[in-house]
Write a protein that binds this ligand. Structure first.
Ligand SMILES: [Zn+2]
Ligand SMILES: [Zn+2]
Ligand SMILES: [Zn+2]
Length: 241
């Protein structure tokens, strides 16, 4: 488990700092006791102590997200719930996943540490917010790994950056600097790609801008629940190849 604050403890390509394992769960490692105190929620620590690692591989990431979300104090939990989610609602398989993830949270989390609203519906709502709003923070760039094979090492929801809408011809782009020493290295930085006239919406692309029309539409419909009718899509929809 990388240090959630500096993200450097487990993945950094720079020489790693000395790791400080959490004395309680011994499952999470941090660059310093200060990082551990600042970014290791008690609920997550308790779940790691009671067998979270035994959950199936495919459940690890959503379980870390749910335990982190259920650790949030108000108004942060409400801020996640106020973000948009796909209008068509979860698919049957996503509903099934949500039910088994909810049962998994209930089995590893001490009940007294869970917030009053803990319920299957809240778990399903949090997962759908995560699907439509989270940013992937990718592994460090390595010249020997093709760009499309770079894996996400974590996902994060940002109360403001997650509000940015998509455009296939974006006027802004987001950057992360997770390999820089902290603090602030888990921030998302949004930069304009060119001058933007007053009143024009600032948009980013939710994936690499060089994707073809059909691939873009497919991804946007499946994951975000809409057909894109941006200027670029209106032109490319008429292309004959
Ligand atoms: Zn750290
Ligand atoms: Zn711990
Ligand atoms: Zn488009």
């Amino acid at each position: 488990t990388p240090c959630p604050s500096c993200r450097a403890a487990a993945f950094c390509s720079l020489p790693p700092p000395p790791h400080t394992p959490c004395p309680s769960c011994r499952a999470a490692a941090f660059c310093s006791p200060a990082c551990s105190a600042a970014s290791h929620p008690r609920l997550l620590c308790a779940a790691l102590s009671s067998g979270l690692a035994a959950a199936p591989e495919a459940h690890q990431e959503p379980l870390l997200f749910l335990l982190s979300a259920y650790s949030l104090q108000e108004p942060s939990l409400s801020a996640i719930l106020s973000l948009s989610s796909a209008p068509q609602g979860p698919s049957p398989s996503q509903q099934q996943d949500a039910a088994s993830l909810h049962a998994a949270v209930a089995s590893v989390a001490p009940p007294h540490m869970l917030p009053a609203g803990f319920s299957p519906d809240l778990t399903a709502a949090l997962l759908s917010k995560d699907r439509t709003n989270s940013f992937s923070i990718l592994e460090p760039y390595r010249p020997d790994v093709p760009l499309e094979l770079r894996k996400a090492r974590c996902c994060a929801v940002y109360p403001r950056a997650s509000l940015l809408n998509h455009d296939c011809l974006p006027n802004a782009c987001h950057f992360d600097y997770a390999d820089r020493p902290g603090p602030g290295n888990t921030d998302i930085v949004v930069r304009a790609l060119h001058g933007i006239t007053e009143g024009k919406e600032v948009c980013i692309s939710y994936f690499a801008a060089n994707w073809r029309y059909a691939d873009r539409q497919c991804r946007l419909l499946e994951d975000y629940g809409f057909r894109c009718e941006c200027d670029r899509c209106q032109i490319e929809s008429k292309w004959k190849f």
